[in-house]
Ligand binder design. Structure first.
Ligand SMILES: [Zn+2]
Length: 336
């Protein structure tokens, strides 16, 4: 064991004691795309004792450009991301307890899924679930590390309950429109999530070994522009989450789905989106699927799924009764 970790034990920030702390730690990674695969790779190789990886998706060819844990065999074997990640990582380090969970993380199951964790890491591609992690983190006093990447840019910040501003405090300072951008419409190049995933992992190691200098700023990078910035974020006096109101965890917000009986369709509502400019949405979706629209509705077809979107943010996914698929597609293409 000492030999496997000798290079990080020599590093003064870790040492023998730090290594022991890592091996006694339990982290949960939510989302196993580009960010999640980087984070899981680093933490499993570093010898974190238990790593749980939660993801709801299967692997597709367009994932391989940046999701480092997966290969073409995983796609041929039709493996969910969480399972493929678990299999690969067990071969990397058999002394780590790696657990892959195929699940859609939502307000009904998140408390059970993160129970007992020392730290939660964000490998997500949507804001809705981040607010949920934020709630559960503050409620159960488990720190979490936010990270997001899109196009050539990315952001990260550590959230320590009772010490730092929370994600809801931060969200009011985020640039307008970032809530509805997704990798499926804006694209992403791998260096952006690789750097953000690495920053999240470094912060995780620091927190787990009890290093004093945890990053309290928002870090923003752009690998295409060569920009690396940090911003002080102030706590918000009127932040509901900091005041103990866990509205996302209560299921008050977020994407809602209803199966439309007899119609073989699922309706999706997102109270966060009050109004959609169908023209803008059409321009965003055009590169990824077939889009037609008028002033009343937009019809979007991608991967054999047909979605009708209305200006009030409501959408109907046709020819399915799968509510989790509908929620996923909505988060992916319309926004969360
Ligand atoms: Zn807050």
């Amino acid at each position: 064991m000492t030999d496997r970790y000798s290079r990080q034990i020599i590093f003064p920030g870790i040492g023998e004691e730090g290594q022991r702390k890592l091996s006694n730690s339990y982290v949960v990674i939510i989302g196993c795309g580009a960010l999640g695969t980087i984070i899981a790779t680093i933490l499993v190789r570093a010898g974190v004792g238990k790593v749980k990886i939660i993801d709801r998706d299967f692997i597709e060819y367009h994932n391989l450009q940046r999701q480092v844990l997966f290969d073409e065999d995983d796609i041929r074997n039709e493996l969910p991301k969480a399972i493929a990640a678990e299999r690969h990582l067990r071969k990397v380090n058999s002394s780590v307890e790696v657990e892959g969970i195929v699940a859609d993380v939502n307000y009904t199951n998140i408390e059970r899924l993160i129970s007992g964790a020392d730290l939660i890491l964000d490998g997500l591609d949507n804001f809705e679930t981040r607010f949920l992690i934020n709630d559960v983190s503050l409620k159960h006093k488990i720190p979490w590390i936010y990270g997001g990447a899109i196009a050539s840019s990315g952001m990260s910040m550590s959230i320590i309950p009772g010490e730092t501003p929370c994600f809801r405090c931060l969200s009011v300072s985020l640039p307008g429109g970032s809530m509805t951008l997704t990798c499926d419409t804006a694209g992403v190049i791998s260096p952006a999530p690789f750097i953000i995933g690495s920053l999240e992992s470094a912060e995780a190691m620091k927190m787990l070994v009890g290093a004093k200098k945890v990053n309290r700023d928002l870090i923003i990078i752009d690998v295409w522009e060569g920009v690396f910035q940090r911003f002080k974020i102030s706590p918000r006096g009127d932040c509901p989450t900091c005041q103990g109101k866990y509205e996302f965890l209560e299921g008050k917000f977020g994407i809602r789905t209803t199966s439309l009986c007899g119609q073989n369709a699922v309706q999706v509502l997102n109270p966060e989106i009050k109004q959609l400019q169908l023209e803008e949405l059409a321009a965003r979706l055009k590169p990824v699927g077939k889009v037609t629209y008028n002033e009343f509705m937009l019809r979007f077809t991608v991967d054999n799924h047909e979605m009708i979107v209305f200006p009030d943010g409501r959408a109907i996914l046709r020819n399915t009764t799968d509510e989790s698929l509908a929620r996923g597609l909505y988060a992916k293409y319309i926004g969360a």
